[in-house]
Design a protein around this ligand. Structure first.
Ligand code: AMP
Length: 284
């Protein structure tokens, strides 16, 4: 990378300078522990902009009490090398104390959309996400922000926020990158034991099963969800947090699967201490 920037004002100055030179900026917000999922985001960002800024910030406010904030993997030098190989120009890695100095008290929240699915299981999570995304966009001043479909609800919320608050930033969404056996890449996969790692493929298998049932004509959500639940419970030690079939825009639960309207099938499953999410986006 050309630069690793820690200072907020320095990052803003650099972004302003790039804009003044007529260059387009893309930002890829991450929590570090970069993997090929992030790599796909960075490579996509390169297609949309002249300058790619990857932010690495383990945002304390999006973790709940008892979640993995303290043990989340951190290795900035490795991340810098990885980001550079993927085509990133600037790594922005602020300190938590500079992002949230004493007295910090302004937050960005979204009604309803942030209270379901992940937001129900992780109260306050999306308030933390939207607040930090707002700050990162105001600091890196991008034309384009790149997010992964892996966090489908995050995409829905960020899209809503960008529209509601007139950010003037375009959103680019990158499909989920998976291991050869279907497991979606995630920094949290590193927590899995060898046995759990094998079992964790059940999330993708459950989604594939759901997709073939739906494409095969099943329209009753409860039937699809019931079959997913049985597959997970009968073939793994995973503990289901939720399985949802919802309208992909409003995130409202659907009792029947509609045609010509995008549907989000999503799930969260715990293996020991590790909570994994995955999803499938489909339109009949
Ligand atoms: P994280 O570092 O986990 O907060 O993720 C940063 C960004 O990378 C988010 O927009 C994620 O949706 C995206 N991302 C993480 N894993 C994947 C993946 N396997 N495929 C595509 N995007 C991903």
């Amino acid at each position: 990378v050309d630069a690793i920037i820690h200072d907020i004002v320095e990052m803003q100055r650099r972004a302003d300078e790039e804009r003044t030179q007529g260059r387009r900026i893309a930002v890829v917000p991450t929590m570090g522990a970069l993997h090929e999922g992030h790599g796909a985001l960075i490579r996509t960002a390169c297609m949309w902009a002249d300058v790619v800024v990857t932010t690495v910030f383990v945002n304390p406010t999006q973790f709940g009490p008892g979640e993995d904030f303290a043990r989340y993997p951190r290795d900035l030098q490795r991340d810098a090398a990885f980001a550079e190989a993927a085509g990133c120009n600037i790594l922005f890695a602020p300190a938590a104390e500079s992002m949230y100095p004493a007295g910090f008290c302004t937050h960005v929240d979204v009604e309803r959309l942030g209270a379901v699915l992940e937001g129900k299981s992780r109260p306050g999570h999306f308030r933390g996400v939207l607040t930090v995304v707002t700050k990162l966009l105001l600091i890196t001043r991008p034309h384009v922000a790149v997010f992964g479909q892996k966090d489908a609800q995050q995409v829905v919320l960020v899209r809503q926020m960008l529209r509601d608050l007139n950010f003037g930033v375009d959103l680019v969404v990158v499909p989920i990158v998976r291991e050869a056996d279907g497991l979606a890449l995630s920094s949290r996969n590193a927590y899995l034991s060898a046995g759990e790692r094998l079992e964790a493929t059940v999330l993708y298998r459950a989604l594939q099963q759901a997709e073939s049932a739906i494409r095969g004509g099943e329209r009753v959500s409860a039937a699809v969800i019931g079959a997913m639940r049985r597959l997970i419970e009968e073939t793994s030690s995973g503990v289901i947090d939720y399985i949802s079939i919802a309208d992909a825009r409003s995130l409202r639960e659907l009792s029947r699967i509609p045609t010509r309207s995008p549907v989000l099938v999503s799930l969260a499953v715990r293996f020991g201490e590790t909570r994994l999410i995955d999803n499938l986006f489909l339109t009949l």
